[in-house]
Design a binder for this molecule. Structure first.
Ligand SMILES: Cc1ncc(COP(=O)(O)O)c(C=O)c1O
Length: 388
């Protein structure tokens, strides 16, 4: 049984989440970081053992085939979840963000517009803008007590120059897992306007409170126009390994993707990453099950605590991911001071809502992937600050 309650000492390991706080506030800052989306849990023993065995190779030159032994595992794992893929559909990349960059460059031109639901994972906006493309924001609005996409709001703004849609499911930062009818609405919208769909499913394994279906299988249009990206790195807490993979069903699209990737070395990955990934998919399913269970309980604990002790915060229970999206606009702290006061007074680090869209001042994103004792402590500190 994995011990997710154990506090893992990450300070001093050159870990961004913890050591960037040491850089800023010194060694004994005591701050609990709940921002950066990685987990304060060690990897499974199976992954650690496989990496140790790899060290015995004593030399770490280029891999012959990074997907060796992995294609079958990916196909088996995702077909069991309804993806309907073959080994030929798989592409690999150094990371999901790089892979999305590749699709933007291969399938759109500078000046074209890309639909981006808001709030969004911050790099999506930078990828669009730094590549000289233009963001067309699609608002997520509260309906039925949850965030839903308001496609009607942008229907008239989509024009010939609009060529892509960045879809993220489960959604970071709101934690939504979209229902079948919502997938269908996005699919119809994209088909109506001839948009390619960049489908970021990096959080797909974190299905805490409902099953997850992929948009790529909604219909023939989505099967031939969707670029789906996933990774083992989020699920098994090894984001620094830098390896992701994707499914592109249409052979022509895949060829164009590879051609673009060939210009950048995108498809060459760290030699340790496939080893860790193989141990994850082949031998860590028990660890994974226990992890999801632990995260489910943590997120539920945080939601219950907020309902009971912090009614001024509106929390949208997450269906997927380990992230909670908090509307703190009713707290008696000015929105632009909120994140800094949580950090310096409550000594809890959250991510400010404005990272996910300018209009989200007063919102915060909270990462619940940490031992329960630390989560409790963090919530109590927030309560003390807000209810003093
Ligand atoms: C939605 C989403 N996509 C992509 C990434 C990063 O993926 P990678 O490290 O593979 O580039 C993250 C990390 O938090 C994420 O939340």
């Amino acid at each position: 049984m994995a011990d997710f309650d154990r506090i893992l000492q990450r300070t001093g390991t050159n870990c961004y989440k913890w050591d960037s706080l040491v850089d800023r506030f010194g060694e004994d800052n005591g701050i609990i970081p709940m921002g950066v989306a990685d987990m304060d849990f060690p990897c499974s023993e199976e992954i650690l053992e496989a990496l140790k065995r790899k060290i015995d190779d004593r030399a770490f030159g280029y891999d012959n085939d990074p997907l060796s032994g992995l294609r079958e595992l990916i196909v088996e794992r995702y077909n069991a979840r309804g993806y309907d893929i073959t080994a030929d559909d798989i592409v690999i990349a150094t990371g999901v963000v790089y892979a999305i960059n590749n699709v933007i460059n291969a399938f759109s031109k500078p000046g074209e517009r890309i639909v981006l639901p808001v709030p969004y994972y911050t790099p999506f906006r930078s990828l669009i803008e730094k590549n000289g493309r233009v963001v067309l924001e699609c608002p997520l609005v509260i309906r039925n007590d949850r965030y839903e996409m308001d496609l009607a709001a942008i229907e008239d703004q989509v024009d010939e120059e609009t060529t892509m849609f960045i879809f993220c499911n489960p959604h970071n930062p709101t934690g939504r897992i979209y229902d079948d009818d919502e997938l269908k609405q996005v699919a119809d919208f994209c088909a109506r306007h001839h948009l390619y769909i960049i489908n970021d499913e990096i959080h797909a394994d974190f299905t805490l409170n409902k099953p997850m279906r992929t948009i790529m299988n909604v219909d023939e249009y989505t099967r031939t126009h969707t670029f789906t990206f996933l990774s083992a790195t989020k699920t098994f807490n090894m984001a620094g390994m830098k390896m992701s993979f994707g499914f592109i069903k249409d052979a022509g699209c895949r060829e164009k993707y590879h051609k673009q990737a060939g210009m950048t070395g995108l498809e060459s990955v760290n030699v340790f990453a496939p080893v860790a990934m193989k141990a994850a998919y082949e031998a860590s399913s028990k660890w994974e099950e226990e992890l999801i269970d632990y995260l489910r309980r943590n997120c539920q604990f945080a939601c219950d605590f907020i309902h009971q002790h912090l009614p001024q915060i509106t929390v949208y229970p997450n269906e997927g991911t380990y992230l909670l999206w908090l509307d703190m606009r009713r707290c008696a702290i000015e929105p632009d001071k909120l994140n800094e006061r949580l950090l310096t007074e409550a000594r809890v680090q959250l991510n400010d809502g404005t990272h996910y869209g300018r209009q989200f001042a007063g919102f915060q994103r909270m990462n619940c992937a940490l031992p329960l004792s630390q989560l409790k402590e963090a919530l109590e500190r927030i309560e003390k600050l807000l209810n003093q």
